[in-house]
Write a protein that binds this ligand. Sequence first.
Ligand code: TYD
Length: 218
Amino acid sequence: MVCFNRWKCVNFHMFLTFEGIDFCGKSTQARLLAERLEKDHVVRLIREPGGTRISERLREILLDRRHLELTDVAELFLFSASRAQLVAEVIRPAIGRSELVICDRYYDSTTAYQGFGRGIDREAISRINALATGGTDPDLTFVIDIPVEEIERRKQSAGLSFDRMEISGQQFYGRVRAGYQNMARTLERMVLLDGTLPAQEIHQEIWRTLLLQQIIHS
Ligand code: TYD
């Protein structure tokens, strides 16, 4: 962000991200926020992995349930490759046009899933994240936290078929969740929210945070 008098400032730009374990409800929150902000600003809502021609193809490889032989390190590089393309083609240009960018997952997902979840060295991940993004960091990150058992409940009511990541076991998700909690304790830009609350309550909490941080004005 470049301007302190933000909301109607010409040079205003803001990069917000949503994070959390699968089925935490972050996509709903990203959409609710985008819809509300769109009334006053040009908003670009993006989800990862994906968002460019190449990133969508990498997404197919990453989420295909038949690709069980994909190694943890190959997975790390594919998520990062998808992100590098997205940053170059979409995120950086949008920020350059002073748009408000909201990303449903970003490099904190790599730290949580490939770092804490898969156990890949986190220093290496941090260097790869920096390389993939060229230092384009979020200003503010909402982490929606739910207990791991809640995933099973939500999966059953969703009744869909699940992708390669979503068939991961509870132990894996336990490590990913603990990773997010750990990051939220140490990173100032992160706000941890209780994902078991009703969606509208979570949304109001997000809105209050934006007001408090003077990202928006009432
Ligand atoms: P998606 O269907 O978009 O799930 P969600 O709606 O939960 O975001 O699939 C993305 C999956 O990829 C999700 O399980 C999280 C995982 N992921 C990583 O493991 N590392 C990453 O860097 C990213 C961006 C996602």
